[in-house]
Design a protein around this ligand. Structure first.
Ligand code: URA
Length: 250
């Protein structure tokens, strides 16, 4: 798998135009990263108006017929990206004065109506699904669907079996809210994986605070059937694979 980074987007033309670089046009479908798109073009698998084009930077007209391996390529379909959110970036789409998850994407992804399916705190790292598929995001986030979210965390203090049992029973937060039962898997005295099915504001931090422990590091490593790609560097993103997409829709 080839990964995308915002730095990869240099040399992208700019300005309003009815022509677009071929690699950008392919990447905008969300099926391939910009680098994968370039590789497809160089391999001769892409035809523009029936003619092979091996130049990724080639400008193509908006109305040109583009095919990959004989299949028509159309932009405008749903897009699904896995992003490794770094700390210091907010997971909203537009927040003045802040770097948002959309700022990490290449410009070809900017106008596709992408939004994060669920939020992470500014200081939390890890897996965010970016999509423009509202119904899917709604299903994944609805409490009725009990989608697992798995976090790796480090705390100030020592985690023990009492914490495991409290999480399993459903922690009661400081404001009296009783969390759904979760799972705590101890990794060391001060680190664990925690699996929860809700996404309340600061939920993991508040759960641990009610156990008298402060979360010092938090990273989401799983969301439903998706696992954070260990090879995806912080700040990088990639389209979901066919297998990942299938698992999401199951
Ligand atoms: N729980 C938190 O406390 N913060 C997050 O970012 C996600 C879950």
């Amino acid at each position: 798998m080839i990964y995308c980074r915002a730095e990869d987007t240099s040399g992208g033309g700019g300005g309003v135009s009815n022509v677009e670089r071929l690699d950008k046009r392919l990447a905008a479908t969300g099926k391939w990263s910009r680098k994968e798109a370039r590789a497809l073009v160089r391999e001769g698998r892409v035809l523009v108006d029936g003619r092979p084009c091996r130049v990724p930077e080639e400008k193509v007209e908006e109305g040109a017929a583009v095919t990959v391996d004989g299949a028509a390529v159309s932009s405008g379909g749903p897009v699904y990206l896995m992003l490794h959110k770094p700390a210091g970036v907010v997971s909203s789409t537009d927040e003045p004065g802040e770097r948002t998850v959309l700022d990490l994407l290449g410009e070809e992804y900017r106008n596709l109506g992408l939004f994060p399916a669920g939020r992470l705190d500014k200081d939390t790292e890890g897996l965010i699904l970016l999509t423009n598929d509202g119904p899917l995001a709604h299903r994944l986030l609805s409490p009725r669907h009990h989608v697992d979210k798995v976090y790796y965390m480090e705390v100030d203090g020592v985690l023990d079996q009492d914490d495991v049992e409290a999480v399993r029973a459903g922690v009661v937060l400081g404001d009296g809210y009783a969390c759904l039962p979760g799972e705590l898997e101890l990794l060391s005295n001060g680190s664990a994986h925690i699996t929860i099915q809700e996404g309340k504001y600061h939920q993991v931090k508040r759960m641990l605070a009610s156990r008298g422990k402060r979360v010092t590091y938090l990273k989401r490593v799983g969301f439903g059937p998706l696992a954070l790609d260990e090879d995806l560097p912080k700040g990088a993103f990639r389209p979901l694979t066919g297998e990942e997409l299938e698992s999401l829709f199951e």
